[in-house]
Design a protein around this ligand. Structure first.
Ligand SMILES: Nc1nc2c(ncn2[C@@H]2O[C@H](COP(=O)(O)OP(=O)(O)OP(=O)(O)O)[C@@H](O)[C@H]2O)c(=O)[nH]1
Ligand SMILES: [Zn+2]
Length: 230
């Protein structure tokens, strides 16, 4: 699958101002990147007049030598958590906390990947929620529907990070497979920044399943490990 930068603009938010960049894959699926302090260096895929290769190289050199290692969050779409403040998961607080932390550092990005429900889509996620209402956990619910536990791909991250000249990151995640993917694809993960926020009575079991059955790096007692808590 190939990915193309489409357009960008300023996006003021309650956390501060970001630049919002839209990318599309061959099938027209959109992915979104919010950036702070990371000017675009890869302009080869815009429709505007192209800078010379020397200009691009100089921009990359300057950008890389002057800035800190960016704080990056690869966030998978969760309509229920991100937009509707669902208490069933930790996605909304994770997104808000990451946006806030990136604004505080002044150099970073959110890669907002349109892979709802760990890639199974909204309808199937709600089908899985119906099974969870009957007592099944987040993993078994997917499997009972004949769907993978996690159907996400991350091949859009390389082109999105290349667009802002990023090849080394401090990655905000509890999921070691994201670290492994980036590392295997030439992005240096200098640090994994844990993000345990938004723990509540409704999602504690869900978080425990992610820890115990899906390999997420969550401490035993979430309540005492509210890293980056806001
Ligand atoms: N299928 C399914 N997807 C869910 C469920 N709860 C949240 N999601 C989706 O899970 C994705 C987020 O993945 P998580 O497993 O919470 O976390 P992660 O992105 O792997 O890891 P972190 O970087 O630590 O947040 C989003 O796309 C959510 O829509 C659920 O019960 N079932
Ligand atoms: Zn969620």
């Amino acid at each position: 699958m190939s990915y193309q930068f489409i357009t960008s603009a300023k996006l003021p938010t309650r956390h501060g101002e970001f630049d919002i960049h839209i990318f599309e894959n061959d099938e027209g699926q959109e992915h979104v990147m919010l950036t702070v302090g990371l000017p675009v260096v890869d302009q080869t895929d815009t429709t505007d007049s192209l800078p010379s290769p020397d200009t691009i190289l100089n921009q990359e050199d300057n950008a890389l030598s002057e800035r800190p290692i960016p704080l990056i969050r690869i966030h998978s779409e969760c309509l229920t958590g991100d937009a509707f403040s669902s208490l069933k998961c930790d996605c909304g607080p994770q997104l808000n906390t990451a946006m806030h932390a990136i604004q505080e550092t002044g150099c970073g990005a959110i890669l907002y990947l349109r892979q709802e429900g760990r890639g199974i889509g909204l309808t199937n996620k709600i089908r899985a929620y119906a099974l969870q209402d009957q007592g099944h956990d987040t993993l078994d619910a997917n499997l009972m529907l004949g769907l993978p536990a996690d159907a996400r791909i991350y091949d859009m991250c390389g082109p999105m990070l290349a667009h802002i000249g990023v090849d080394a990151v401090r990655l905000i995640t509890n999921n070691p497979s994201k670290v492994a993917y980036l590392t295997e694809h030439g992005i240096d993960v200098i640090e994994r920044v844990p993000l345990v926020v938004g723990v509540n009575d409704m999602n504690a079991e869900y978080l425990a399943t992610k820890r115990d059955r899906m390999g997420h790096l969550l401490d035993t007692d979430f309540n005492t490990t509210l890293h980056l808590n806001k």
